[in-house]
Design a binder for this molecule. Structure first.
Ligand SMILES: [Fe+2]
Length: 255
């Protein structure tokens, strides 16, 4: 990605401190009880390195996450000319404004589900990776992201999971015009993302984009990353942090 990166703080509260491991443990203790993850993985093939599961979560867990999103009033807008427009709430900030989402991301049952589908054991990516778990918010016309791969900055295989929480607009079935697209050879395919759809893919192999949001539409995605081995070389770590500057600002360089 290139070009000028512009950060536009929106409804932003004061920056919180770096979340500690003990804060994370407290969050898991307090917010994990109500989380329910599907247990059965019935012949879901991951041979194409992407799967999409509609109606992924039981209704109670999905509504819990949806209510958390409804109460949020902070996000940071990022504009990378041509490539990306939209708002995000980083992994660190979610610890303070949406601990329920952190408990969901750290749920062992969720890791079991992804590991079963992928066929290898995966775990969350590190606390210092601001993309580990983040909310991607499209709420202004032309919010989008261009074609890209999710580069792997770890020694292990790296996976992205996108859970659609909000998707409303003027497109078919009342969904927004912000379509998740993937390239397969010379063709492009839309992956439908109505609310409660989980899309899991190995981003180093799947070229993807999201088309532009239109006026009066809204799309909020919970983005989570997992890895078979979350260790990284010093060079990989700095490459990832520099990438995160484009999405979360200069604080991605420290912590
Ligand atoms: Fe991506």
């Amino acid at each position: 990605m290139g070009g000028l990166v512009v950060f536009l703080p929106l409804r932003r509260s004061a920056l919180k401190s770096y979340p500690s491991a003990s804060l994370q443990n407290d969050i898991v203790r307090k917010y994990s009880k109500g989380i329910r993850i599907p247990t059965a993985v019935c012949n879901i093939a991951f041979d194409k390195k992407i799967v999409s599961i509609p109606d992924f979560l039981p209704e109670t867990t999905f509504h819990m996450l949806r209510e958390v999103v409804d109460r949020l009033d902070q996000s940071e807008r990022v504009h990378i000319p041509i490539h990306k427009r939209g708002a995000t709430i980083s992994y660190h900030d979610l610890h303070y404004c949406a601990p329920e989402i952190i408990a969901f991301y750290l749920s062992p049952d969720l890791h079991d589900w992804f590991s079963d589908v992928i066929g290898e054991r995966v775990q969350p990516t590190p606390l210092n990776d601001l993309s580990s778990c983040s909310l991607l918010i499209y709420d202004q016309p032309n919010d989008h992201i261009g074609w890209h791969y999710d580069h792997d900055f770890y020694r292990g295989r790296h996976f992205t999971a996108l859970l659609s929480l909000v998707n409303t607009g003027k497109s078919a079935a009342g969904l927004s015009s912000a379509h998740l697209m993937v390239r397969e050879g010379h063709t492009e395919r839309v992956i439908p993302t109505p609310p409660n759809t989980m899309v899991l893919f190995e981003g180093a192999y799947i070229c993807h984009s999201v088309s532009s949001l239109q006026e009066s539409e809204r799309r909020i995605i919970l983005s989570m990353t997992f890895c078979t081995d979350p260790t990284a070389s010093t060079v990989q770590t700095w490459e990832r942090r520099i990438k995160d500057v484009a999405y979360f600002g200069w604080r991605a360089l420290w912590g």
